[in-house]
Design a protein around this ligand. Structure first.
Ligand code: 2DT
Length: 211
């Protein structure tokens, strides 16, 4: 068996608007957990390294154009192509900290005007996270943080809409943290939530989205 004494890893997802600090908090958290001797990996979606990820990447860079529905399904397929290795890792006892997941998938596409239930449908059956940490930042504050880049979606009005869509997806696995806190305080909160989650998820089975 790939089980180590029945203990499994936790699936921990970080979500939030662009510039909310997700990527930096992900790597800080992973380093901390590694330092405690916990088996852990940092993942991110979109995973731009796969063939599907390459298509997504050129869409985001405005190099290619795609229907909103088509790109939505590519983002979803990009999670599906990683589902089996995700499950294997979790069962082998490795915790995965993910920068964005299905919530980004639904929030960004619904912000374009696609029906939210339609957006959720292809995510059904992916692995449900044990914990979602939402880095809460007003879109106006996000925009002040050095300005947005040149990728698609990096505009204030659109980010406002994304923030509204995220609110519709909140459930009992979510912890909302104030992304305007000093980074060290934020880091301490994330460590606490993550360690609690890793300790308690072992009693829960791996289950599918959406709960
Ligand atoms: P990064 O800047 O974090 O690489 O994200 N996005 C992301 C979607 O529209 N759907 C998804 O399923 C995911 C995971 C959010 C690139 C952009 O892609 C958006 C920002």
């Amino acid at each position: 068996s790939i089980h180590h004494g029945g203990s499994r890893g936790a699936l921990i997802v970080l979500e939030g608007l662009d510039r909310s600090g997700k990527t930096s908090q992900c790597s800080r958290l992973v380093s901390h957990l590694e330092g405690k001797g916990i088996s852990v990996e940092a993942w991110r979606f979109p995973d731009r390294k796969t063939d599907i990820g390459t298509m997504i990447s050129s869409y985001l860079a405005n190099i290619s154009q795609l229907d909103d529905q088509a790109v939505h399904l590519l983002f979803s397929a990009n999670r599906w192509e990683k589902r089996l290795s995700m499950e294997t890792k979790l069962r082998s006892g490795t915790t995965i900290v993910v920068d964005r997941y299905s919530y980004s998938g639904v929030a960004f596409s619904a912000a374009k005007g696609l029906d939210i239930e339609w957006c959720k449908a292809p995510e059904t059956g992916l692995i449900a996270p044990d914990l979602v940490i939402y880095l809460d930042l007003p879109p106006e504050e996000a925009a002040k943080r050095g300005g947005y880049g040149t990728e698609r979606y990096e505009q204030l009005e659109f980010q406002r809409n994304v923030a509204q869509q995220y609110q519709k997806l909140r459930d009992s696995t979510w912890k909302v943290v104030d992304a305007q806190l000093p980074v060290e305080d934020l880091e301490m909160q994330l460590r606490k939530f993550a360690l609690e989650c890793i300790a308690t998820c072992q009693k829960k089975t791996i289950s599918p989205l959406w709960p």
